[in-house]
Write a new protein. Sequence first.
Length: 375
Amino acid sequence: SIPGESPLTSVSLDERTRHLTRVVSRTRAGLVATALTAGLFLAVAAAVGWVVGGIVLALAAPLPVAGRVAVFAGWWACVAAAAAALLLVPALRPPSLDTVAVLIERARGGMHNRLLTVIDLARGRRRDGSPARAARPEMVERLVEQTTSRLEGYRSGRVIKGRTVARNLGIAAVAATLLGGLALSLGDRFSITLELLRNPTADIPPATWLQLAAPGPLAVLEGEPLEIGCEVTRGETDAVSLVLTPPDGPPARYPLRPIAAGRFVVTLDGLTADSAYRLEGGNTWTRTFPITILRRPVIEEVTTLVRLPAYMRIDEPLPVEPDALTIEAPYEAAVEFLATVSGDVAEGGARLLERSLARRTVERVDERVWFEDDL
């Protein structure tokens, strides 16, 4: 409402015209906000609904990689289309003031394009480009007076309808409820299927009741036998196979023998190259894990040094002959072993096999002069 007891006399004509224009502008802002809110809810409903449909489809029939890629790409296309149509368009192309003025006139009734004409006056021109002030001043005064009178008590809620927002919110809530119901009822099957759809090309086993547990990445010495076990953590199966994939060549399949209830094992001999394996059974399988072949460590050369104690004041270590069977060192001396090795070495050490004490009698000790003046 316009302040003052007599709005026609206490407020200038331009001010009243701007006031009516602001009413239309505020209504337009409310329409845009309502459209964005409704569009956001509908976009969320579309995205969540696509996920629900993909999960149901994947659970009904396990999808190949191409099918999962199609679901993944379709989800992004759905989100992009919904964001463009329901969010970007209303934000970047809001309705014109003329369109909003027509909506207000329809809501109030009996306006007969008066509000449209006031909008033209505020712009300073008509829609056809001619000057809007060409009419007589008393006619303009009467037009503004009549428009203000008919807009008395106007509320933007007459034009801005919240039913669309409530409806789209309900659709989004239904989609979210379906997604939450699937998560609660399916447990890890839901999370596995969702992960498959989120990473369609990843090496992820399908979501089935039967679950197999593999020992994970393995390492074995070249030529040594390797035992690989499998444990059935959920469900039951009578047969489990190991699929071994060498670096060059087709995969090979080896059956596992049962050793206990829900436990299987297989032994591989003569592996000479890095490979990969996975366990299969009961229409499911495990992730693919690497098998690393370690070259056997070989000690090629050992060098022995004796580091003399500090009281001898000799810093350079004394080498020991390679064919020496006994290492003789002064009291408090240190013995170092330097080994040159090949192969995949993780650690090394020296083992003292036996400790013995020997006594001998020195028949004669020669005195030697260490320094010229001191004995």
